[in-house]
Design a protein around this ligand. Structure first.
Ligand SMILES: Cc1ncc(COP(=O)(O)O)c(C=O)c1O
Length: 366
């Protein structure tokens, strides 16, 4: 079976891991600091908080923005539940906006229509790694003084105009996920990039109970007054060590992935029963997913299964779940595309022979 996802692990990691697990310090320490510096360097953003999950990054951002009961957050329904559930964790309402047919990202016109006086934040998701219309989104939100959070769980290495996703040029926060099957994994973890220093300083406290880990201590910080309660969302040195090893090969893995995507773009164009997602010149996807529209998706999936090619929709639309039925609304474009979309293997493990085989199998029809 050609898998849709594969866990990347740098073979070099073994030695470094053994060293850290026997070092006497496995919690948040020097390795986390080193991992954060590498991320800061890569994304030109010095305000990087390494966390135990990307989901925690979204939750921290909403907490820092003061989102709470009676407020709402506008977002897309086409995403992992991890995008939406932090809104519920803060007791706020979800207002779903529709997606664009051309790229499956949030439609900024629909987004604008969903914003009202109770909207406290907008969360956008770069579907499969393809960047949203960030300049339009940020302009609309800035005019209304509404902060923007980017869920960039799929978008490690994606670029938009003159920026790299993660530098917060067009947002207040950008979250990344380093969960097992993401472009960069650190076993499990994530990061929250902040645009502003005060968010970063506050986030450092909130990720660890509200306690200042950097200040001087007399008795294991027993003397410290906690001014604001926080969570246990910090990354540990063991996970950071894996992240530090894996990030060394991220460039070559991304290159193979983007090259595979280009191959599909060139070779699936015009194939009967297939429609490619459009791409713009001003942005580059990291292609965590390569999504296409297909006619008769059930037949397509059956045929690919018979050929040993794993395909999937990957995420169910969030508004389908009964726990959020109160927020259900009309999303005509999503209603249409949800029945056609499917993802095919594209990542670093897909060889030239694999991708040719996938294209040939699709061209046979289903
Ligand atoms: C779009 C999206 N947002 C958020 C997350 C959550 O990230 P994490 O698993 O690191 O909490 C994921 C996937 O895991 C995701 O696909």
């Amino acid at each position: 079976m050609i898998p849709l996802f594969r866990v990347y692990m740098n073979p070099e990691v073994d030695e470094a891991l053994l060293r850290v697990i026997h070092s006497g310090w496995i919690g948040q320490g020097e390795k986390v600091k080193e991992f954060e510096s590498l991320l800061s360097e890569k994304f030109y953003n010095k305000y990087c908080l390494a966390l135990s999950a990307g989901t925690h990054g979204l939750h921290l951002a909403l907490r820092m923005l003061g989102v709470g009961k009676g407020d709402n957050v506008v977002t897309t329904a086409l995403t992992c539940t991890a995008t939406s559930w932090p809104i519920l964790m803060q007791g706020a309402d979800i207002r779903w906006a529709d997606v664009k047919r051309s790229d499956l990202n949030i439609d900024f016109v629909s987004m604008r229509s969903k914003i009202n006086e109770k909207t406290k934040a907008v969360i956008v998701v770069h579907w499969g790694g393809y960047p949203c219309d960030m300049e339009e989104i940020y302009t609309i939100c800035s005019e209304r003084e509404i902060p923007v959070i980017e869920d960039a769980a799929h978008a490690f290495g994606s670029t938009y105009r003159e920026s790299i996703i993660g530098d917060c040029t067009y947002s207040d926060f950008t979250m990344m996920s380093f969960q097992a099957i993401k472009h960069l994994n650190c076993l499990d973890g994530g990061a929250l990039f902040c645009r502003y220093e005060d968010h970063y300083d506050r986030g450092k406290l909130l990720r660890w109970y509200g306690i200042d880990r950097e200040g001087s201590r007399v008795d294991l910080r027993c003397e410290e007054d906690i001014k604001e309660f926080g969570y246990k969302y910090h990354l540990n040195d063991v996970c950071a060590t894996i992240g530090i090893s894996n990030i060394k090969n991220i460039g070559s893995n991304l290159k193979v992935t983007k090259d595979n995507a280009k191959f599909y773009m060139d070779n699936l164009k015009g194939v009967s029963g297939i429609e490619l997602i459009q791409t713009e010149q001003d942005r580059q996807s990291a292609y965590w997913l390569f999504t296409i529209y297909v006619e008769d998706r059930t037949g397509f999936a059956r045929k690919m299964g018979e050929k040993g090619i794993m395909v999937s929709r990957v995420h169910e639309r969030n508004d389908k779940h009964s726990c959020v039925k109160e927020f259900k609304t009309d999303l005509p474009v999503l209603d249409e595309v949800i029945h056609k979309m499917i993802c095919i293997p594209v990542g670093f493990w897909v060889t030239n022979e694999n991708r040719q085989y996938i294209v040939d199998s699709i061209k046979e029809g289903w």
